[in-house]
Design a protein around this ligand. Structure first.
Ligand code: TXA
Ligand code: MG
Length: 339
């Protein structure tokens, strides 16, 4: 299959969205930008179309998908009921990077939910994504548009690298603003569970709806299947150096550990991601104490190092607070060694 990549702009927007929505209506898959990462979308109510997503990504069938909507009216068809907490959060955060898990209605095919009786739903804050859902006239199921196990795509070219020849169309809408996937919050069983941290933080959510639990790591059958798979892995080995509570100590900890490993700063085979201080390696991304910058460029950096043939990536961890919790969640999954 030939994969077309079309750059979207103000002049061709309507035409491109028509081509893309026709594909969705015909039961095909299309990659499109959202504010978080690129998604690989199909008609959520068409089981055959949804199956094509799993095949293109090489994704295990029991890992459920997020259903994307453009209009709040679509929500009632997809869930049994909307809990009060969800209503409040939806008013504040949709469209935006918050996915809410609720009891599913009968209309949602079980291939989307991996057999669970719940469904994850979000309204993305991106005019291309919203325009596509609206024009297609159906809710769109979409995981991140990477090959399973790879870092999520934040550029159309990342999608092309992973899925060239496997999907008919990629809409290129430039770089994603947030850079990490949405917060996934479970509200299906009377309590709030943070299945995946993201831009909308645990602290922020707790101010509005009270206690938000972290999922227990002990359960054998994960209640959010996405948590059990290998994830976000570049080809290079990722070594994560955890932050220390004290910022100064943290900086020394990172530098000290890099020195201890005995790395050569001129080597083409070593990549460094630094946060508190630039340490002067040839292959270095420095995020200048800015969590948003870190989140926006993390997946880009991992993929860029692969492109340059880097074999080892040393990463400076940050504290597990605010948006930092999401950055660390992705880093710990990408890492093969944590120091
Ligand atoms: O930002 C995003 O959320 C992106 C863009 C494209 O919207 N999408 C995305 O989808 O990251 P995906 O499939 O890569 O991640 C969906 C996550 C997985 O961790 C999955 O296990 C969880 O949401 N999830 C989906 N349905 C669920 C459910 N019913 N219960 C618990 N977790 C669920
Ligand atoms: Mg994903």
């Amino acid at each position: 299959m030939e994969t077309k990549l079309i750059k979207i702009n103000l002049t061709n927007k309507n035409k491109v969205l028509s081509i893309a929505s026709d594909l969705i209506k015909k039961g095909e898959v299309v990659a499109f930008p959202t504010e978080t990462v690129y998604g690989l979308g199909a008609n959520a109510l068409d089981e055959n179309a949804v199956k094509k997503i799993f095949i293109a990504k090489g994704r295990p069938n029991d890992n459920p998908l997020i259903v994307h909507i453009s209009d709040i009216k679509q929500l009632n068809e997809l869930v049994e009921f909307v809990p009060k907490e969800a209503e409040i959060l939806i008013k504040k955060y949709w469209p935006g990077p918050l996915t809410i898990v609720m009891k599913k209605s009968k209309r949602v095919p079980s291939c989307i939910t991996g057999g669970l009786n719940t469904v994850a739903i979000r309204m993305p804050n991106n005019t291309i994504a919203l325009g596509l859902i609206k024009k297609a006239g159906v809710p769109i199921a979409a995981p991140s548009a990477n090959s399973s196990t790879k870092p999520s795509p934040t550029l159309a070219n990342h999608v092309l690298n992973d899925l060239n020849g496997k999907i008919p169309l990629i809409i290129d809408g430039g770089k994603c603003k947030v850079g990490l996937e949405s917060t996934v919050l479970g509200l299906s069983n009377g309590k709030a569970v943070l299945y995946r941290p993201g831009k909308i933080t645990k602290e922020e959510l707790e101010k509005i709806i009270g206690e938000v639990e972290l999922p227990s790591g002990q359960i054998k059958v994960p209640s959010s299947p996405g948590m059990k798979y290998k994830h976000y892995s570049p080809k290079a080995e990722v070594i994560l150096i955890e932050a220390k509570i004290d910022a100064n100590e943290s900086k020394d900890n990172f530098l000290g550990n890099v020195k201890k490993i005995g790395l050569n700063e001129d080597s083409n085979l070593i990549g460094v991601i630094s946060f508190t201080k630039k340490i002067g390696f040839k292959n270095e991304f420095f995020f200048n104490n800015d969590v948003n910058l870190y989140a926006k460029n993390l997946f880009f950096a991992l993929r860029e190092f692969d492109k340059r043939g880097v074999e080892k990536i040393i990463v400076e961890g940050i504290l597990d607070e605010g948006f930092g919790l999401a950055v660390m969640n992705r880093l710990r999954k990408a890492a093969s060694k944590i120091i």
